[in-house]
Ligand binder design. Structure first.
Ligand SMILES: [Fe+2]
Length: 531
């Protein structure tokens, strides 16, 4: 059975158990993640470069109490083309201090053209809850220095967790001034919720331009990622903090669902494109796992991490395993606004896919951490509008998977979970909302709170559209689509403070952010209050 058949298959209770078991047994650390470690510590070995090969910067991610992923990629220029075909040896050094006087550990790894000369070192043996500094050396070149941070010990009583919540950074539609500000702030990690690159262009909004057309091949996706990683503000933000990441659709192509794209391309052909996009994504991100070597169109991005006793965070994958969008237009797939689509009421449809749902629910309901943070790519609250023919649903978002949403929120309600905060992106607006099992029904209690962050740079909805959404959805307590930026979250045992940092003008390279609004949660009470 082909992979996509398995993913799309209707599932029975027995299948759920089987897939959950397979997932539990799957090794978390596949060999693709760690570049091959070799012996020797001679930092100077390797080429004398004509052109600086560390031009894409450095990054770190997926922090654990004892480890973090350290990333770079050698971008080998034409002047150094003779070195492209050879494997390259890279030294990775970790220090306990910013002045780099206290070495902690070092690793020498090999990389080559099959992984675009990217380097992923799982820096282990570190102490919990502290900063480290790191750099890479290859031949005559030394990379910029990055700072990273391990998570606290699992049982540590920590006073706070500071997150910069981000998504949607269309390179052509604005400058990454939000990243410039985040780089200077003291946060524990950057949470990126998808649309890291965009495959497409809108000629109406271009303050700068993509190189090349819409990527289809591995080399084209590599070029797109490399262009984004060349941005100085984005590089600064990666160098300043570890990142915790999931993806949405534009890392592959707009509105893809599982094995289907908007053009209804033959799934086998589309999955080859998806494999190329996932491979390029892995090569450019500080993530532990790459594509499954046996099935390169599959790559695990969903993950779970803890912040001492204070918080547990799940990063979810809303693209790879989802059911196809309901009631599609036969001429053009992807999401659309529908009214009276009975397929939406099919309980077997899923946003996360059966295996990911079965992975999530037990760990969510059994978590003993105070705050449960569900980090996923899009808006969970409803944004439908009343029409003469019934309420509308946008089929690409959670409104297109209403029974899957109800299943998730019911799981929270039945376990009487307190302090669940759903974090999203994708919609290019700030949305602060209360989540009920039955959306917008005040007889259905609020069971969780939602914070959707606006985009770093991607254009938002018109105010006329947004006004209709607000009027039809009392669960939404704040919605603004006119500003770009990020959301600062300060999570403490007693509550959460969310600061919406925005600018109306990311088309100006020197734009500054201000605070659009502040909202707060109190521990033990679901739902937002103005701060
Ligand atoms: Fe987006």
């Amino acid at each position: 059975m082909a992979d996509h058949d398995f993913l799309n298959a209707r599932w029975s209770r027995r299948d759920w158990g089987r897939h959950a078991l397979a997932l539990a047994l799957a090794p978390w650390s596949l060999p693709t993640a760690q570049a091959q470690v070799t012996s020797g510590t001679d930092a100077a070995k390797g080429p004398r470069w004509q052109v600086e090969p560390f031009s894409l910067g450095v990054a770190s991610g997926q922090p654990r109490p004892d480890s973090v992923v350290l990333w770079t990629r050698l971008l080998i220029a034409e002047a150094d083309a003779a070195h492209k075909a050879q494997p390259q040896s890279v030294l990775c050094e970790v220090f306990a201090d910013e002045a780099l006087r206290q070495p902690v550990r070092q690793w020498r790894v090999q990389t080559d053209a099959s992984r675009a000369h990217s380097v992923h070192v799982i820096a282990s043996g570190l102490q919990p809850g502290r900063n480290y500094w790191y750099r890479f050396v290859a031949g005559s070149a030394t990379s910029p220095v990055g700072r990273t941070r391990t998570s606290p010990g699992d049982n540590d009583k920590v006073a706070q967790l500071r997150i910069a919540q981000t998504s949607c950074q269309h390179f052509e539609q604005g400058y990454f001034v939000a990243h410039r500000e985040i780089a200077r702030r003291d946060v524990d990690f950057v949470l990126f919720l998808g649309d890291y690159i965009y495959e497409s262009s809108n000629p109406r909004y271009q303050v700068r331009k993509h190189i090349g057309g819409v990527p289809q091949t591995l080399d084209e996706y590599r070029q797109r990622h490399a262009q984004y990683k060349g941005d100085a503000d984005l590089q600064a933000c990666h160098a300043a903090h570890p990142w915790v990441m999931t993806w949405d659709d534009h890392e592959v192509v707009n509105d893809y669902a599982n094995d289907r794209d908007m053009a209804y391309t033959d799934p086998e052909v589309f999955l080859r494109r998806r494999a190329a996009a996932y491979q390029a994504y892995f090569e450019h991100m500080p993530v532990r796992l790459g594509p499954d070597p046996a099935q390169p169109q599959r790559m695990r991005i969903h993950d779970q991490m803890r912040w001492g006793q204070l918080a547990e965070l799940w990063t979810l994958d809303c693209r790879q395993y989802r059911s196809h969008q309901a009631c599609p237009d036969p001429n053009r797939g992807g999401g659309r606004v529908v009214v009276g689509c009975t397929e939406l009421q099919d309980a077997e449809r899923s946003m996360l896919g059966p295996a990911q749902e079965q992975w999530l629910y037990p760990s969510l309901t059994q978590s003993t951490r105070r705050w449960k943070l569900l980090a996923q790519s899009t808006q969970m609250s409803s944004s439908g509008i009343a029409t003469p023919l019934g309420r509308s649903s946008f089929t690409d978002g959670w409104d297109g998977y209403p029974l899957a949403r109800e299943r998730l929120l019911n799981t929270l309600a039945q376990a009487q979970l307190k302090d669940v905060l759903v974090l999203g992106g994708d919609v290019h607006m700030n949305v602060v909302a209360n989540l009920r099992v039955r959306p917008n029904d005040d007889k259905s209690p609020v069971v969780a709170s939602e914070m959707v962050t606006t985009s770093i740079s991607s254009r938002g909805l018109s105010e006329a559209m947004l006004a209709q959404i607000r009027d039809n959805n009392p669960d939404i307590v704040h919605a603004r689509a006119d500003e770009r930026g990020y959301t600062s979250l300060e999570v403490q045992p007693s509550g959460v403070l969310a600061q919406l940092r925005t600018t109306p003008h990311p088309v100006m390279p020197g734009s500054r952010l201000q605070t659009q609004a502040q909202w707060a949660l109190s521990s033990g009470v679901a739902g937002w209050a103005k701060a």
